[in-house]
Design a protein around this ligand. Structure first.
Ligand code: MG
Ligand code: MG
Length: 267
C-alpha cells in the first residue's frame, strides 16, 4: 500500500532530508586516505545527533551503525569498521538516513578516496554514470509518469556503457518507515508500471557494477558484494512527487532540489 504524504508531512521529510544532506557534505569535506569506515560513521552520527535527529539505520533489523559503508566490490549494506581503512583510489559508497519528527530521509553517495585523479577513467566513469542515472530517474518522478519511466531512464544510462544493473536491491517508498511501498527498480520499460501521483515520496537509488549484475551476501548477513568481484557504485536521493514536479528532499547545497526548474549538472 502506498502511503501518500501531505504537504505538511513532505515539509517534515525535507527537514530530515536536510540533515542527511549535511551529513554527506561533512563526509565529502573530511574524507581522506587513512580514515576508517568507522571514522566516517562517527562523523555522520555526530552531524545527525547535533541536528536533533536520529540515525535511521542504527538498530534497523539489528544493523549496528549510522552509515552503510561499502568500499570497492561491496554494493550496499557494508558495516563500518575500524579495521576497514580507506586507501587512495578506493571507491566508497556511503549510505545515510536520518529521522526528524518521525519521518525518514535516505541518500547515498559514492566517492573516490583521494579525489578523482586517484583512480582510472574507467572507474571515474562508473561513479559519474551512476550519479547521472540517478538524476535521469529523479527527473521522471512527477505526477502522471509511471514507475517504468524511472526504471527505463536509469537503465538506459547503464546500457549505454555496458554496466551491470543490480536487480536484487531497488529504490523504495519512504516516510514514517524507512522502506515503504512501492519498490522502485533501476530497470524497466517506459510507460509501464504504477502511475505516480502527488504525495508519493520515493528513494531512487541506482547501483551499477563494472561487471555482471549478480550479487552475493557475505557471512555477516549484511554486506552485499558483486559476485564477480567487480567495482560497484551507488547513488541515492529521496524525492517527493509534487504538482510542480520532483522535489529532491536530500539535495545538497551544490545540487538542484527542483531538477525540472534548475540546471542539473552532467557528471
Ligand atoms: Mg539509502
Ligand atoms: Mg534507500
Amino acid at each position: 500500500m502506498i502511503i501518500k504524504k501531505s504537504r505538511d508531512e513532505i515539509d517534515k521529510m525535507a527537514r530530515a532530508g536536510a540533515v542527511v544532506a549535511r551529513a554527506h557534505e561533512e563526509l565529502m569535506a573530511q574524507l581522506v586516505p587513512g580514515m576508517s569506515t568507522l571514522d566516517l560513521d562517527r562523523i555522520a552520527e555526530d552531524v545527525i545527533v547535533r541536528s536533533g535527529a536520529v540515525p535511521s539505520f542504527k538498530g534497523y533489523r539489528g544493523f549496528p551503525a549510522t552509515l552503510c559503508t561499502s568500499p570497492n566490490d561491496q554494493i550496499v549494506h557494508g558495516i563500518p569498521s575500524a579495521e576497514v581503512v580507506l586507501e587512495e583510489g578506493d571507491v566508497i559508497s556511503i549510505d545515510c538516513g536520518a529521522i526528524v519528527d518521525g519521518f525518514h530521509g535516505d541518500s547515498a553517495t559514492t566517492l573516490i578516496v583521494g579525489g578523482d585523479a586517484a583512480t582510472t577513467p574507467q572507474v571515474r566513469e562508473l561513479v559519474a554514470s551512476t550519479r547521472n542515472a540517478m538524476w535521469r530517474g529523479l527527473e521522471q518522478a512527477r505526477p502522471g509518469n509511471r514507475l517504468g519511466d524511472i526504471g527505463a531512464a536509469v537503465q538506459q544510462v547503464a546500457d549505454e556503457r555496458g554496466y551491470g544493473v543490480v536487480r536484487e536491491y531497488v529504490g523504495h517508498g519512504i516516510g514514517r518507515a524507512l522502506h515503504e511501498d512501492p519498490s522502485v527498480p533501476n530497470y524497466g520499460r517506459a510507460g509501464k508500471g504504477m502511475r505516480l501521483s502527488k504525495g508519493w515520496v520515493i528513494a531512487i537509488e541506482p547501483m551499477f557494477n563494472l561487471g555482471s549484475e549478480a550479487t552475493r551476501t557475505l557471512e555477516d548477513e549484511w554486506t552485499v558484494v558483486t559476485a564477480d568481484g567487480s567495482l560497484s557504485a551507488h547513488w541515492e536521493h529521496t524525492v517527493a512527487v509534487t504538482p510542480d514536479g520532483p522535489w529532491v528532499l536530500t539535495a545538497r547545497a551544490d545540487e538542484p532540489a527542483h531538477p525540472l526548474d534548475e540546471v542539473v549538472p552532467t557528471y
